[in-house]
Design a protein around this ligand. Structure first.
Ligand SMILES: [Zn+2]
Length: 153
């Protein structure tokens, strides 16, 4: 199972695909805004503590440089809503994956058919070449016979 990170410092070289789990949502990219004591939009972090794994909480964005001591857990209803959205995305991704699997199976079947046709064509070409060699040999034999029979006169 993939580990999730909230710092967004992955060095993956794969093409960007919309993730089912929103790992890379910035701490200020949420709605509706929650305001701290400084009347500024609070940052939302993800807790990875043993007691609150994956719990979202809000904190003053300037907490470490003299801001206020605002702290609040994300409300359960909002958390449930995000979970629901994740489930919906998971369902959509699963359907898309299933469609790709079906297409892949169809392509494999087509590939197999093409491979069979190619084999049949190769056999046909070999037979045709053999037939040509036989015709040329026959003509040569007839020519030699004619030369031997009528060439001495
Ligand atoms: Zn504040």
């Amino acid at each position: 199972m993939a580990s999730s990170r909230s710092d967004g410092s992955s060095s993956s070289s794969r093409r960007p695909v919309a993730s089912i789990v929103l790992y890379r949502v910035g701490p200020l990219e949420y709605q509706p805004p929650v305001m701290c004591g400084c009347k500024a939009k609070a940052v939302r972090w993800i807790s990875w503590s043993i007691d609150n794994p994956a719990g979202r909480y809000f904190k003053c964005r300037n907490a470490q440089v003299g801001g206020c001591d605002f702290f609040a857990w994300m409300e359960k209803e909002q958390l449930r809503q995000e979970e629901e959205e994740c489930r919906e995305r998971l369902g959509e991704e699963t359907q898309r994956l299933e469609a790709v699997r079906t297409e892949l199976a169809s392509l494999r079947e087509n590939g197999l058919e093409i491979s069979k046709e190619l084999c049949a064509l190769k056999i046909g070409i070999k037979r045709w070449r053999l037939r040509n060699v036989l015709v040329i040999c026959s003509v040569a034999c007839v020519f030699m016979l004619v030369v031997v029979l009528f060439g001495k006169k």
